[in-house]
Each structure stands twice: as C-alpha cells, then as structure tokens.
Ligand binder design. Structure first.
Ligand SMILES: [Zn+2]
Length: 158
C-alpha cells in the first residue's frame, strides 16, 4: 500500500501536494484555469495568458468562472494566512507582489477571514498591502544579511 502524506490538491513544484502556491499562484493559475469546468467557454478563454490581473478584471465584470476561481484563490490565501498566524504569531501580515494591484479586494477579504478564524486571544492581526510592492521581501532581508549569526549549530555543542 502506498502511503500518501497529503490529503489532496495539485502537485507543487517543491514535490509536495496541495501547497498554497500550487493552489493559487502566478505559475499555477493557468493550470487551474485549464482544469476548471466551463473555463473554455468563459471570458477567460479570450486570453492567451491569464494572470491575476485578467482574472480579477473578469471576475469584477461578473464572469461566473472568473468569480469562482478568484474566490477559491482568496480562500486559499486566507487559509494560508491563518496557518501562518498560528505558526508565527505576527501582529501584522504584509502582502506584496503584483497581485496587490487587486489589493482592494484581497486585503479586506483576507483580514476578515483571519479575524474570523485565527486564534489570537491578544487581539486582531492587521493585514496590509506592502508599500514597497515587489521589493518588500528584498528590503526585509537586508537586516538579516547584515547580522553576524555566527556558527549555525552553536547551540548543538552545549
Ligand atoms: Zn510546494
């Protein structure tokens, strides 16, 4: 009998199954649309390449398939945010990247979901769009690069 470590979902580039990235990201979106029932007859079929810009635009115009895929992506990101809150206990979640062009839809949805489902008895996690856009992650890494972290396994020698 083959043991399956995961419940279900799309195959991810990391080798796992059902990662948020495999379920709702720039590289997986075309694959999701290709497999979505009715997508070939939807407004999305007019595009040779569909990104989140086109998906959110067509969803805003009321295309049913676009709305369904957009809402699924929002739920994947929101559920992922709740998992990250439980793992790291942040006071704030900053979301960056090109998808933040639709931040007016994404941010309130994720914040509302996190407030409803994350267990944070100390208060409410804030969800915001990163003001530096695609550069936000790089800027966040600069303090790490300037730290002298010493030998990686120093605690193991005690
Ligand atoms: Zn993965």
């Amino acid at each position: 009998m083959r043991y399956e470590a995961w419940f279900n979902g799309r195959a991810c580039t990391c080798g796992a199954i059902g990662c948020a990235e495999a379920e709702a990201s720039g590289w997986s979106l075309p694959l999701i649309i290709k497999d979505w029932p009715g997508a070939a007859d939807s407004a999305l079929s007019r595009y040779s390449n569909v990104g989140f810009k086109e998906l959110f635009e067509e969803a805003a115009r009321g295309d049913k398939v676009s709305v369904a895929i957009r809402d699924r992506c929002l739920n994947v990101w929101a559920a992922d945010a709740v998992g990250l809150v439980h793992a790291y206990d942040p006071e704030m979640i900053l979301i960056g990247g090109g998808v933040m062009k639709s931040g007016d839809v994404i941010i309130p949805y994720i914040e509302s979901y996190v407030h409803k489902y994350a267990w944070t008895p100390w208060g409410k996690v804030q969800v915001r769009a990163a003001e530096l856009g695609n550069n936000a992650v790089l800027m966040g890494a600069v303090p790490l690069l300037s730290q002298n972290i010493g030998p990686i396994n120093k605690d193991c020698r005690k």
